[in-house]
Design a protein around this ligand. Structure first.
Ligand SMILES: C[S@@+](CC[C@H](N)C(=O)[O-])C[C@H]1O[C@@H](n2cnc3c(N)ncnc32)[C@H](O)[C@@H]1O
Length: 243
């Protein structure tokens, strides 16, 4: 069983990043080559290079303005020579540079799954991924398990009333089929300590309960939603027991 291990127990060195980006930085292996896909502001590669947490960064974005923002941030910090910049969609054009880890953060779960799906037959075995979906995490989880990614950890990070899931995965080509309920919760969040995971399931619970109220009013069957509600309650119970 893998429990999420932060690289930096104190987290002090990543204080200049948001809690979300900090958790992403801390989950990366030190000293490697990182590809930040959809980098935008460039805060992550800036932090990693300035602090020597990675030796080289590949910085990409689909759109010219965000890529220019990232390039400007690294240039004004005097570290652009440690990075390469690519205006490109997803990871296909940079896969041959063989980064140790791809970070794909701040996009919808389906967008992230789409990026991975389009490159699936070219991803080298053992490539690492740190993925942070802004929505539809269950769809990304299903995609990962069923398409050859070994999910090594999941973490929930609360920040300003929001909660962000972060997946750590490695491509090993082994497809894993799980049941639909599994994809709603995964295997790690209920074992994590801290408030993030409970906040995450409390939010899921509130959402499914409001769906139940709406559907019951309209006279629809709510048996699936009731199952989902019970699932989230059991996760919250497990988290309470572990804390
Ligand atoms: C909300 S920003 C996230 C920035 C940063 N990764 C973060 O987590 O803070 C999303 C960025 O992803 C870029 N993006 C969206 N789809 C993309 C794709 N298919 N390939 C590369 N970049 C993409 C957008 O242009 C935008 O700059």
């Amino acid at each position: 069983m893998h429990i999420w291990q932060a690289n930096n127990a104190g987290g002090a060195r990543s204080a200049s990043l948001s809690a979300r980006l900090s958790a992403i930085a801390e989950s990366l292996p030190r000293g490697g080559v990182v590809c930040d896909v959809g980098s935008d502001h460039g805060a992550l590669p800036l932090f990693l290079l300035e602090n020597g947490w990675c030796r080289h960064a590949i910085v990409t974005d689909l759109n010219p303005e965000p890529l220019a923002r990232a390039k400007a941030a690294l240039t004004s910090a005097g570290i652009a020579h440690k990075a390469q910049f690519f205006l490109t969609d997803g990871i296909l054009d940079v896969i041959s540079l063989s980064p140790d880890t791809f970070v794909i953060a701040g996009m919808g779960g389906e967008t992230i799954a789409g990026i991975l799906s389009r490159a699936l037959d070219r991803i080298p075995l053992n490539t690492g991924f740190v993925l942070q979906p802004m929505s539809r995490a269950h769809l990304l989880r299903k995609f990962l398990y069923e398409n050859g990614f070994s999910v090594e950890g999941e973490q929930a990070i609360g920040e300003n009333g929001k909660v962000f899931l972060i997946f750590r995965a490695r491509f090993d080509g082994v497809r894993r089929e799980r049941d639909p309920e599994f994809y709603l919760v995964g295997e790690y969040l209920s074992q994590t300590k801290g408030e993030g995971a409970s906040l995450y399931f409390e939010k899921r619970l509130a959402k499914v309960r409001s769906k139940i109220v709406g559907k019951e009013k309209a006279g629809f069957d709510v048996s699936l939603e009731k199952k989902e509600e019970a699932l989230y309650l059991s996760q919250l119970e497990a988290i309470n027991e572990n804390s």
